[in-house]
Design a protein around this ligand. Structure first.
Ligand code: HEC
Ligand code: HEC
Length: 290
């Protein structure tokens, strides 16, 4: 090709020889060498990448690449490594008694972290993220226990549940004194007044006296002579001012009238034994457990 090179008078740059409209000339300004080098190296690198790594979509699947890399296999490797690191902790938890685990700082860190995650996944919907509880769902942070706050008690509660239908479940319930016409409305009102007086809420003294008589006949079998509750029956302490179903007079009357029986599911079979033990130790640690 013949090229009519000429130097442009204004810019002093060589022209390509292309001319438009008679006098419009194109300057010869090639792309800088460094820029081209980068461009070509990128192209070479991209081709190498396509060959080495998964790259092109196919009709079903994608090109796998020669290195056999996939994010899935990377994750699987990480998970396997984490499982291996956990294995010795898991074995120790399975073997050792809770009290013994609690003395081991490293093991406890593992238990508390794992327990917190499991709690958030399985228990928080009912007991709250901070285990603070809601009406009918006990607060697990305080040291007030329906069924007992030792590691063993808590583990049993979590494993078999409460009124859960599991053969080993914790049973017993607060009877329906009103609905089943064991007590009249007046007696229920009097008994509620007496129950509230146990935690220092004063009411009509004459009503409380009458309620005390009813309490002695109907309630002490489960709640104890002083109303302090019985763990074996899951019957709450009525003297501590902590209420599962509310501590207003109307709440207490409602409890006596309709009975109560909260249901906590059994986790046996849904969570493995090590996870259940971790959860028990975690809950125990939350509440300054007994
Ligand atoms: C479907 C709701 C629900 C879920 C989910 C649930 N709980 Fe409960 N839990 C309850 C109820 C209701 C009670 C109170 C039962 C009663 O009134 O005796 C309870 C009681 C307990 C108690 C006994 C407290 C005491 O004072 O003795 C513990 C411990 C406990 N739950 C731990 C857990 C743990 C740990 C999990 C997660 C693995 C969990 N709960 C999941 C509803 C639930
Ligand atoms: C058969 C055993 C039993 C008897 C008898 C019984 N209770 Fe209960 N009571 C329970 C149980 C169990 C609970 C807890 C229910 C639950 O956790 O859902 C309870 C809960 C309560 C509560 C709720 C406490 C709270 O924290 O909200 C009150 C109040 C109460 N009982 C008062 C009485 C009174 C008053 C009587 C007598 C008239 C009585 N109970 C008789 C077993 C009994």
């Amino acid at each position: 090709m013949t090229v009519h090179k000429e130097i442009d008078a204004v810019t002093g740059t060589e022209t390509t020889g292309h001319v438009w409209d008679g006098d419009l000339k194109e300057l010869n300004k090639p792309l800088p060498r460094w820029w081209l080098t980068v461009l070509y190296s990128c192209i070479v690198w991209a081709i190498g990448y396509w060959v080495a790594y998964p790259a092109w979509p196919l009709i079903d699947g994608y090109t796998q690449g020669m290195l056999g890399y996939s994010q899935r296999s990377e994750v699987a490797k990480d998970v396997a490594a984490a499982k291996e690191a956990q294995a010795k902790f898991v074995a120790a938890i399975a073997e050792r008694a809770p009290a013994d685990i609690e003395k081991d700082a490293d093991l406890m860190e593992f238990v508390l972290r794992g327990g917190a995650t499991q709690f958030a996944n399985n228990c928080a919907p009912c007991h709250g993220r901070g285990a603070q509880g809601f009406k009918g769902y006990p607060n697990l942070n305080d040291d007030d226990w329906l069924w007992g706050g030792t590691d063993e008690n808590i583990e049993r509660t979590v494993r078999y549940g409460i009124r859960s239908g599991h053969a080993e479940s914790r049973e017993s319930a607060m009877p329906r004194f009103g609905i089943d016409q064991i007590l009249t409305s007046a007696q229920i009102s009097d008994t509620a007044t007496f129950v509230l007086s146990l935690s220092g809420t004063a009411g009509d003294p004459a009503a409380a006296e009458r309620g005390k008589v009813v309490f002695a006949e109907q309630c002490v079998a489960c709640h104890g002579a002083e109303g302090k509750g019985t763990l074996e029956m899951g019957a709450p302490n009525l003297t501590d001012g902590i209420w599962l179903y509310g501590g207003g007079k109307a709440d207490v009357e409602e409890t006596i009238r309709t009975g109560r029986g909260g249901v906590m599911p059994a986790w046996d079979g849904k969570l493995d034994p090590v996870t259940i033990k971790m959860l028990a130790i975690y809950v125990h640690a939350l509440g300054g457990g007994k």
